[in-house]
Design a protein around this ligand. Structure first.
Ligand SMILES: Cc1cc2nc3c(=O)[nH]c(=O)nc-3n(C[C@H](O)[C@H](O)[C@H](O)COP(=O)(O)OP(=O)(O)OC[C@H]3O[C@@H](n4cnc5c(N)ncnc54)[C@H](O)[C@@H]3O)c2cc1C
Length: 544
């Protein structure tokens, strides 16, 4: 039996969400146990699409090259209506990111990459270990588990349910999973396809029997997803012949799938919780939200949850994150989750409609709206690049003085700095690769730094970087602090304030936490104290 006294965070479920969260915690030296009731990795792939925002997050973990190396890039998707008329093309190519494409990678491979990363950070997945129950204890939680060797009791500081749609953790804290099942049932098949469609795009045919989608995967495999007409049961055995029949019925029989690797039936639901935190218990991923796979948002949203919670929870475990910081996980993610459900529901209804106004909308309004820019807006939304948290308690609101400035709570765009000594270029996001908060100080003069230093020093986990437009170095720069040139002043214009000696704080999840003037530290001090300054935290936390 494994002895694990001193588990700081217990993560339940080694799907993509639980693995990413565990990696995020482990790299901040949090003692994590990762439980998985399956006895080994999943064999079949569900999610395929990795979105640009997810790739940006994977970049900060040093994993993005591995993902891109194994995946298949597509520019976007093409939507066809009656008589296979092209209605709209959704193109990711001009999105403002270093990853202006969608990556198609079977979820089994996504999970394999995350497993390797976890192994390197020293976390073992505890296969065959199932959470059976938990309860509040004086300074944490008591948990009951079963392992291949028998039952076990343990305790932990925090419990995170990444345990999928049937989450025991969610049920254990009594949170409702409100929503419903969609009426339709679906088929999927991973096949060889001849002749191939253009492999640089996904293809969606809105057919008389319902949508049929084609996704190009690595190694010339295609995934076909098709709506089953009528009320065929999800449990009915899925066979390639059924897909062949649907292709024939919809004049798509020139596309011939063969050599199926996997054929399956599935049904879809839209459900979500209203809360993702109850005291020391958190929910992430499918445990908190499930929805239609239209738009490929599910896994990406779960990974976004993990990135949002990981650094906050690590700070709380180490005694320098307050209740307010932990609460901001819910304040920030619940609107994102609600938005994803609303978007995927709308897409599903328009694409599955066989009659009525939704068909008219799809056949006649969509092509016009696409020409007017709606397809660009949709690409931005699906890419998840527009997710931001302007109203969060973990963001210091600011008044933007120029349209170039991104608002506090916004995503940090791709920007480049030059090393002040060598001139070598680095991506601004590279400064976040240590997983810590980063303060950028924008100065050319010699503003008094003492009060600002003292204010920021209250946060233990903060890396300092100086951004200097001219060649002049500030006398206050200390050893270990980065010094960068901002040749065209772009970084300062976007994140700082070009007219003032200013600062910007960047969060490890790629969000601008706030900006301000060097000389005005009162508001900053109060803000940092609310998030990082309450050493009484542990004694105030209520149980689940
Ligand atoms: C057909 C299909 C296609 C999809 N396509 C896409 C797509 O293109 N893009 C996208 O973003 N999403 C897609 N999704 C959704 C995506 O697969 C899920 O959102 C994703 O798997 C969620 O990951 P997760 O880690 O939150 O949960 P899961 O992957 O469900 O992992 C939960 C884990 O918890 C374990 N567990 C459960 N209970 C316990 C317990 N008590 N103790 C220990 N372990 C436990 C389970 O065994 C499981 O391994 C698709 C889904 C389907 C069905």
């Amino acid at each position: 039996m494994r002895s694990s006294r001193g588990t700081e965070v217990m993560v339940v479920g080694a799907g993509p969400t639980g693995m990413l969260l565990s990696a995020e915690l482990a790299r901040r030296d949090v003692r994590v146990r990762l439980l998985e009731k399956r006895t080994g990795p999943a064999e079949h792939s569900r999610a395929l699409g990795v979105m640009p925002r997810t790739m940006e997050m994977l970049e900060s973990l040093g994993l993005v090259d591995e993902f891109i190396g194994q995946g298949h890039r597509v520019h976007g998707g093409k939507i066809y209506g009656r008589e296979q008329r092209l209605l709209a093309t959704m193109d990711f190519r001009d999105l403002p990111t270093r990853y202006p494409f969608m990556l198609l990678l079977p979820q089994t491979r996504t999970e394999a990459i995350l497993r390797n990363a976890l192994e390197e950070s020293g976390v073992d997945i505890e296969w065959g270990t199932e959470l059976k129950g938990f309860c509040a204890e004086k300074a944490g939680l008591g948990v009951r588990l079963t392992t291949t060797a028998g039952s076990q009791e343990d305790s932990c500081g925090y419990l995170v349910g990444c345990d999928g749609s049937h989450s025991l953790v969610r049920k254990g804290v009594g949170l409702e999973f409100a929503g419903a099942a969609y009426q339709q049932n679906w088929l999927l098949a991973d096949v060889t396809l001849e002749p191939r469609l253009d492999p640089e795009f996904m293809h969606l045919f809105a057919c008389p029997t319902g949508p049929i989608l084609f996704f190009p995967l690595p190694e010339r495999v295609w995934r076909i997803v098709a709506m089953r007409p009528g009320t065929a049961s999800d449990a009915a055995q899925a066979k390639l012949e059924e897909i062949l029949g649907l292709l024939e019925m919809n004049q798509l029989s020139h596309l011939r799938p063969h050599h199926p690797l996997w054929v399956a039936g599935f049904s879809i639901h839209h459900r979500r919780v209203d809360h993702v935190r109850r005291g020391r218990v958190f929910l992430c991923g499918d445990a908190a939200h499930i929805h239609s796979p239209a738009g490929g948002q599910g896994m990406n949203t779960g990974l976004g949850d993990a990135m949002n919670l990981g650094w906050k929870l690590a700070l709380a475990v180490k005694g320098s994150g307050t209740e307010t910081l932990l609460d901001s996980y819910e304040t920030e993610r619940i609107p994102v989750i609600a938005g994803v459900l609303e978007l995927t529901d709308r897409l599903t209804r328009v694409m599955t409609a066989k009659a009525g106004p939704a068909v008219w909308l799809r056949e006649w309004v969509l092509p016009v709206a696409a020409k007017l820019g709606a397809n660009r807006k949709m690409a931005q939304r699906l890419s998840q690049l527009t997710i931001n948290y302007p109203h969060s308690p973990a963001v210091l609101p600011d008044a933007r003085r120029s349209p170039r400035m991104i608002p506090a709570g916004g995503r940090i765009p791709p920007l480049v700095l030059q090393n002040a000594e060598t001139g070598q270029e680095v991506q601004l996001m590279d400064l976040l690769s240590r997983g810590r908060l980063v303060v950028l100080v924008f100065t050319d003069g010699e503003p008094p730094m003492e009060s600002f230093r003292k204010t920021v020093a209250t946060v233990g986990s903060m890396d300092w970087h100086w951004v200097i437009s001219s060649g002049k170095k500030h006398k206050d720069i200390r050893s270990g602090e980065g010094v960068w040139r901002d040749r065209e002043g772009l970084v300062r214009a976007v994140l700082g304030d070009p007219e003032q000696e200013s600062w910007a704080i960047l969060r490890p999840d790629g969000i601008l936490m706030g900006r301000g003037e060097i000389c005005e530290t009162r508001l900053l001090g109060e803000f940092l104290h609310r998030l990082f300054g309450d050493s009484e935290r542990n004694s105030n936390v209520s149980g689940p």
